[in-house]
Design a protein around this ligand. Sequence first.
Ligand SMILES: [Zn+2]
Ligand SMILES: [Zn+2]
Length: 183
Amino acid sequence: MQFAHDTEMALASAAALVNTQANGPRSVEELPDVAALDAFIDEWGWTGARTHDELELAHVRALRPRLREVWSRDKDGVVEVVNDLLARSHALPQLVKHDGWDYHLHATTSDAPLATRMAVEAAMALADVVRSDELERLRVCAADDCEDLLVDLSKNRSRRYCDAGCGNRVNVAAYRARRSADG
Ligand SMILES: [Zn+2]
Ligand SMILES: [Zn+2]
């Protein structure tokens, strides 16, 4: 595959974070409170320091529109966002081993605020995407009524729908439309 495994996970995690926002007509806020953030953190295997308060939640939520921008900008625009995220977070790359994972790159210490760590991890992964000239893999779901983001890591670059089941929904709707046209 194109990217290192931790880069792929970081990209998927960044897209999932943005997708917790109420993006389209069918979408609701999925991080309404700290408990929802806790569940997201568990699901995506985030470790490190937490404050479990409203401020932490607010910072994580505020990161989403910034990351979402990346999916809609050209290469220079993406570079601007990535460099800004790294600079604001005072990123300092270092190799670390933890929780059974072999050496991989972190660019913050594990006691940095959660939103900072999320911003930097996403930015480092996006830096890889820019360097390998693969921005076309960052896509918005092709369903008319869905604005969720996806990362197409497929070999033939064929993914068009998000993880929320839009592909099925669109296929079923097209099937029904064909049937009623035949009817
Ligand atoms: Zn790590
Ligand atoms: Zn979708």
